[in-house]
Write a protein that binds this ligand. Structure first.
Ligand code: FCB
Length: 464
């Protein structure tokens, strides 16, 4: 058995988010969120689904806690639905929403499961769109209000806090391409949105730290290593540019280096003007220096080539691969565990002293229950083991990794792709609500219990 030195207290867990699993959208005074509105747009969601039922986790929260405990997971990442706490976006706090998450957190703690609480996993209250959503700078104060309400109630017992989930994806899919809520398509708006999400992290972190001195606060970034398609200098520059766009634009300000100059110049070129009206002097100081850890969401890498700019192509690069014979998930994404190892080692080298938590990592495989009622998702087992080995190698190389949270505990509502992609360690039969722990869930339970990775393909342990 290869033994990696996962540190003591390493968090082995799984992740979900509120809109993707909860359902019960009209319960306990919840207000509408931008995802309620977006999902109702004809054609916005593949298959036409929405979050109205999902995994029914709002009603059946104790079932989820039981499941996490039975799997022997030490940590569970979930998000607090913003519009359950501030149904109108500002002002009145809905106590029933807070009661729910308090019950939930207490039940996790009673089962020795460490809660990892995300505040904004994309479901901003619809009322805040009156001021442009994340495009308006007032969103920063609105988010701080949300953080304060939750920290006032749960700051005494939740240690791990994630302020924002994936600022780049919010900016890109929500405000640049319009493929996610709120469906805006405008590059300048996306720069503003991304910046305000980061300012929100800063303001939220301050609010949480003030109320809960023992809290560890971080932001979860979607990080995609960017490799050049060839060693042509133009492709190398494309990979570097894409790294600026996807990764460094967020890592820099969060971890105290400010916005990277090369990407700033790309934005100015693409927008035909400066960014100073969006990113004001002094803003960097409101974002950096407040992260106790960095959340790393990792799915795959990007292979980049130089490309001309033009309508719909603001930057001189494009994703070209990987091409050819690589292992892929059912969504077509390359399975690239070595890139996770290299990413963690790079983050450790470039930002020493910042603990890293894998806050998401997972894959789409469409396996469903078969003749014996079980889900034999061998490819997810292979994916999981490959990525856990990569984490172990990074740890052995000195990276400070404090936990691994698999995306996802449950199959769930995968945003614009609806219910088709299945990411869960546990299968959900949506019409009946029946749950089946997949083989991958059983294997992961064994790893979580022992802290050891098997050398060879493991036999699937029983689950009961
Ligand atoms: C991430 C999201 C998460 C889920 C996974 C597959 O970008 O944070 O909610 O959709 O992708």
């Amino acid at each position: 058995m290869t033994t990696h030195r996962f540190p003591p207290g390493f968090l082995w867990g799984a992740a979900t988010s509120a809109y993707q699993i909860e359902g019960s959208l009209d319960t306990d005074g919840r207000g509408p969120s931008v995802w309620d509105t977006f999902a109702a747009r004809p054609g916005a969601i593949e298959g036409g689904g929405d979050g109205s039922r999902a995994c029914d986790s709002y009603r059946r929260w104790d079932r989820d806690v039981e499941l996490v405990a039975r799997l022997g997971l030490g940590a569970y990442r979930f998000s607090v639905s913003w519009s359950r706490i501030l149904p109108q976006g500002r002002g009145r706090i809905e106590p029933r929403g807070l009661d729910h998450y308090e019950r939930f957190v207490d039940a996790l703690l009673a089962r020795d499961v460490t809660p990892v609480l995300t505040l904004n996993h994309w479901d901003m209250p619809q009322a805040l769109m009156a001021d442009g959503g994340w495009v308006g700078r007032s969103s920063v104060d609105a988010f701080a209000e949300f953080a304060a309400a939750v920290a006032d109630r749960l700051g005494d017992r939740v240690r791990w806090w994630i302020t924002q989930n994936e600022p780049w994806i919010i900016a890109l899919l929500g405000y640049q391409l319009g493929l996610h809520a709120p469906g805006v398509r405008d590059l300048r708006s996306s720069v503003a949105a991304g910046h305000h999400v980061l300012l929100g992290h800063g303001a939220g972190a301050d609010v949480i730290h003030a109320r809960a001195p023992q809290a560890r606060v971080g932001c979860a970034l979607s990080l995609f290593p960017c490799d050049p398609a060839s060693d042509d200098p133009a492709d190398l520059a494309a990979a570097q540019g894409s790294d600026g766009y996807v990764n460094r634009w967020y890592l820099g300000p969060l971890l105290g280096d400010g916005y990277p100059a090369d990407m700033w110049a790309h934005y100015e070129r693409a927008l035909g003007g400066g960014l100073d009206d969006i990113i004001r002097p002094g803003d960097a100081a409101l974002i950096g220096g407040r992260s106790d850890f960095l959340g790393v969401n990792y799915y795959t890498r990007r292979v980049m080539a130089a490309a001309p700019t033009g309508p719909g192509r603001p930057f001189p690069w494009r994703v070209v691969g990987p091409s050819g014979d690589v292992t892929r998930t059912d969504e077509g994404w390359e399975v690239a565990p070595d890139s996770l190892r290299d990413l963690l080692v790079r983050l450790h080298r470039e930002h020493p002293g910042v603990p890293l938590m894998i806050t998401e990592n997972g894959a789409v495989y469409g396996d469903t229950p078969t003749h014996d009622g079980l889900v034999h998702d061998q490819r997810r087992i292979d994916f999981l083991l490959g990525h856990l080995r990569a984490v172990g190698q990074a740890v052995d190389a000195g990276a400070e990794v404090v936990g691994y949270l698999h995306w996802s505990l449950l199959d769930n509502f995968e945003w614009a792709l609806g219910y088709r992609p299945r990411f869960g360690l546990v299968h959900v039969d949506y019409p009946t609500g029946r749950l089946t722990v997949k083989d991958s869930g059983r294997v992961y339970a064994r790893i979580a219990a022992t802290g050891q990775l098997p050398d060879t393909r493991p036999t699937v342990p029983p689950f009961g």
